[in-house]
Ligand binder design. Sequence first.
Ligand code: G4P
Length: 533
Amino acid sequence: MSVSELKRRRTFAVISHPDAGKTTLTEKLLLFSGAIQIAGTVKGRKSNRYATSDWMEIEKQRGISVASSVMQFEYGDCVINLLDTPGHEDFSEDTYRVLTAVDAAVMVIDGANGVEAQTLKLLEVCRSRKTPIVTFINKLDREVREPLDLLDEIEQHLGVSAVPFTWPIGMGKEFQGVYDIQNDQVRVFRAGQDTLGGAVETIQALGDEEGERRFGHAWVRAKEEIDLITGATPTFDRDEFLAGQQSPVLFGSAINNFGVKEILDALVDLAPPPSARLTVQRPVQPDEPKFTGVVFKVQANMDLAHRDRVAFIRVCSGRFERGMALKVTRNNKTFRANNVVTFLSQRRETVSEAYAGDIIGIPNHGTLSLGDTLTEGEQLQFVGLPFFAPEIFQTVEVVDPMRSKQLGEALKQLGEEGAIQVFKPVVGGLTILGAVGQLQFEVVSHRLSTEYKVDVRMAPARYRMSRWVTCDDAAELRRFCDSYSPRIAYDAADAPTYLASHISEIEVAQKAWPKIVFNELREHSGAPFRKAM
Ligand code: G4P
């Protein structure tokens, strides 16, 4: 494949605690790059601010958010893929899975609130994957915390070393701009000024006297602080950044377009192009000629008449062409990818092809499940797409027994979509749903009723935890599943799961069956997460 196409790809997500400014920043990034022309085009889900019912109404418009959940645009010589992440913590599993599809992330921190709970969680995921992070401290046009304290907090709580690239001159009403430390340049802030066209005033190598005359005490203070941190923080090291250990920090105000260009520049200059990805069989290099991809997200289309779903695929290697034959390695089935959604808004001619790092959407009726690997024929299974052992369990029962079959089909689809985890007990009993957050049950119940016309009753199950059971010795796994059959259930990918009410039950089972592995995480649906037949 073309090396230049590969090198110019940047694929990233914006992560933040709700309300820190993710939606605002996303919109400004798109405006800045010319991908959209009018503010207000990007609809943030803002689910955190709504009651459940409102949230569902918003979800009803998902036709819109399918398009806005991946945005591709060009900036400079680069093709940038920006992936949306759900804001509400009950959907954190979705967010984790989206993060497996990116090569870098922009972390937005509300300067008044500092590091918040959700930021912390998301950053842990990024760190475990060694995802490079660019930090943007937002809302400098308001009274925010002391910048030195904010840096300290990032280092303490997030465990990355923060290297300021810019430094604020004042804040709130007194916010006057930022000093670009590396380039010895001041970028002047003017409230309400539209800096989209790059109209921001810059001053090169401003002397101290001149600085004080122009910006007053805020300048003196900023310089003192910069002196202080220059001695205390390490110099920027790109390798450490690429390993997720160092994060460049930029200050600004998303709503004022201030600091947005610097983020794009940092992504283009510092963030990595697509790199190798692991499969069960071997690492896959992005410049391999053959196409490979992984389904990291499945979103039901709200077009009830067609009931299709869009599978979002991260291209991992090679070049995708519309109409090519692709093999789903989970079941060896081949299909032709004729109907494909791509997300580049500016360049028509590239719409029918995609390269490593890009995201393509394939509408389908159940051919593609979350975690599936697509290849031109090779038997590969990408790893790393997490399913977490749920923390809340409910039984689900159809109100009208005549709709049982529809319930089964609907749950199969919702399970494959990853909206909720579905466990079918081996021995009779009701289907059990497992979730990370309560809101997931409410959304599933609502969707069952509106999309599938199946009304259900849900009730707390007696289980509190589950573990995916695996074993190198298939016969041993079968014996285990037989012995514990009342507690064994199969999930949407047919992986056997052990259900428990208390951790001690898992510990006892583990002692009695030392060869069985009790997994809290399932990273794919290939072996060893297979049915013990
Ligand atoms: P989220 O996606 O992370 O949840 O945050 P979002 O962008 O929706 O921003 C949350 C609130 O913070 C919004 O205000 C937004 O206008 C505001 N905001 C974002 N960036 C800045 C900034 O640089 N400075 C200031 N002062 N505010 C900022 P809202 O009143 O809750 O919503 P809206 O009515 O403005 O849409």
